[in-house]
Design a binder for this molecule. Sequence first.
Ligand SMILES: Nc1ncnc2c1ncn2[C@@H]1O[C@H](COP(=O)(O)OP(=O)(O)OP(=O)(O)O)[C@@H](O)[C@H]1O
Ligand SMILES: [Mg+2]
Length: 274
Amino acid sequence: MSEPAIETHRLGFAYPDGTRALEAVDLSIDTGGRVAIIGQNGSGKSTLVRHFDGLLRATEGTVNVNGEPVGGRHVADLARAVGIAFQNPDRQIFAASVVREVGFGPRNLGVSGDDLDLRVDAALAAVGLEESRAANPYDLGYSQRKLLGLASILAMRTPIVVLDEPTTGQDARGVARVRAIVDALTEMGRTVIAISHDMRFVAENFPRVVVMRAGRIVLDGSPNDVFAEASWPMLASTFVHPPLAARIGVRMGLGSTPTEASLIEAARRAAGQS
Ligand SMILES: Nc1ncnc2c1ncn2[C@@H]1O[C@H](COP(=O)(O)OP(=O)(O)OP(=O)(O)O)[C@@H](O)[C@H]1O
Ligand SMILES: [Mg+2]
């Protein structure tokens, strides 16, 4: 068995102004695993993942990445292991062209020449920004800047990839791209962690869902368990609304992760009976 990709033990964190954002978080994520983190605004999701690449440092407890404590490791070293696509792309983007933005991370890791070009091209193709190579990032719309932030992280080819709200602002095509990217990362054996408020995206794409409330993990399980009726009061307490399919599925006795076909079949039967 390899070490978990991420392991936190009693992780606590307070911002310099004294705001407590994490309390005794115990979380272990297997290498190659795919985990969604959900919970109300301000529950600590972004704060938690910023501990994985060393941007924030634990106030209490420990964080291990690939079995090693992050404590003594520099951000530059951790950048080889963990890539985080920021919630707000404008905090990530600073280069004057799309192609330079995507190349910045790998160049910093010492990648150059054909290898660099290849990485940049593959990352731009994955997010559908090939045509915008020469563009100034700030001439792109929000959804495209968000995809640019994602491409910059893909180009780093880190074994652990964290996506903070990847579907925000995306239309159906953009969401489909994000889904395809998550699938491709899993196929390559990477660990994928996504923070999301999009419950359908979460339920359909992540086998494990971690729920946060006020800096703590309050639920951790499969979408079937986390979106089951027994969890609804806990979800409501952190302002999470289970996906529509879960709510209808539960009412129709199909469980909280029904397939579209089973919902249609049940609806047809119900209509026939009435
Ligand atoms: N730089 C900061 N200084 C002080 N407090 C902060 C800072 N950043 C976040 N916080 C606070 O820390 C807590 C956790 O915030 P965090 O951004 O991690 O939540 P979140 O779950 O990612 O929320 P959202 O869904 O809105 O992105 C909140 O109370 C927030 O106001
Ligand atoms: Mg956040």
